[in-house]
Write a protein that binds this ligand. Structure first.
Ligand SMILES: C[S@@+](CC[C@H](N)C(=O)[O-])C[C@H]1O[C@@H](n2cnc3c(N)ncnc32)[C@H](O)[C@@H]1O
Length: 219
């Protein structure tokens, strides 16, 4: 198979644009959420449209009727899950983010709990809440703690998706296997089976960077 040696991460912008334009139908609700969030000064750190579609497809693959989202921002990924047919419970630490998210998800089956996820998650466990799919997209320093709670809150054969795992590994300087990280801990965790999927993170102002997510299924 012929390979173009000059193809690199920077050039994937064209591929991402092609796929976004070709695969994603227009969605005024998602567009409005982005506009409303930007108007209120929220940072544009939501998942990309293609990643939103991936989350929706994964939720549908596991037949998710209930999704737990840790880190809501303006509710962009929340909309993807809700429009895929799931009831979404979000946890958001920032009251301003939560208020804007509530505007953006109006009319959908979404509940957004205000608070630090590490305080809210034990409460959900005490209430014996169970979810089909958990999306972790909040503080990178506590990805393992979120994951540990997520396993307790996910039904057998449900899935857990942790975003930004590759960038967290690099920024936390835990690429060395002798250092503890989400990846080393999940690798020893007999409650789940997991993989890591590298992705390209599209920068607006600089060159594209590699990122990646961890996807686990609960045994
Ligand atoms: C990357 S954004 C989430 C983006 C959103 N999932 C999307 O793709 O549309 C991360 C969010 O997590 C929230 N967050 C950070 N630490 C948190 C914590 N300890 N508990 C709950 N939310 C937290 C931030 O306030 C921010 O709104």
């Amino acid at each position: 198979m012929a390979q173009d040696a000059s193809f690199n991460v920077a050039q994937t912008s064209a591929v991402i644009a092609l796929a976004t334009d070709s695969l994603l139908p227009p969605n005024p609700r998602l567009d409005n959420a982005l506009t409303n969030s930007a108007t209120h000064g929220l940072r544009p750190i939501q998942v990309t449209p293609l990643a939103g579609q991936l989350l929706a497809i994964q939720a549908q693959l596991v037949g998710a009727k209930s999704v737990l989202e840790i880190g809501v921002l303006g509710g962009y990924s929340t909309i993807w899950f809700a429009e895929a047919g799931a009831r979404v419970t979000g946890i958001e630490i920032d009251a301003r983010h939560r208020d804007i998210a509530l505007e953006n998800v109006k009319g959908l089956d979404v509940d957004i709990l205000l608070g630090d996820a590490l305080e809210v998650l034990p409460r959900l466990a005490a209430e014996r809440r169970v979810f089909d799919f958990v999306f972790i997209d909040a503080s990178w320093e506590t990805q393992w703690e979120y994951f540990d709670w997520a396993v307790k809150l996910t039904r057998p054969r449900g899935a857990i998706y942790v975003d930004n795992v590759v960038r967290a590994l690099v920024e936390n300087e835990t690429l060395d296997k002798t250092k503890e990280s989400l990846v080393t801990r999940v690798g020893r965790d007999e409650r789940v089976r997991a993989t890591l999927v590298p992705t390209v993170f599209q920068q607006k102002s600089a060159e594209n960077e590699v990122d990646g997510f961890l996807l686990a299924i609960v045994n």
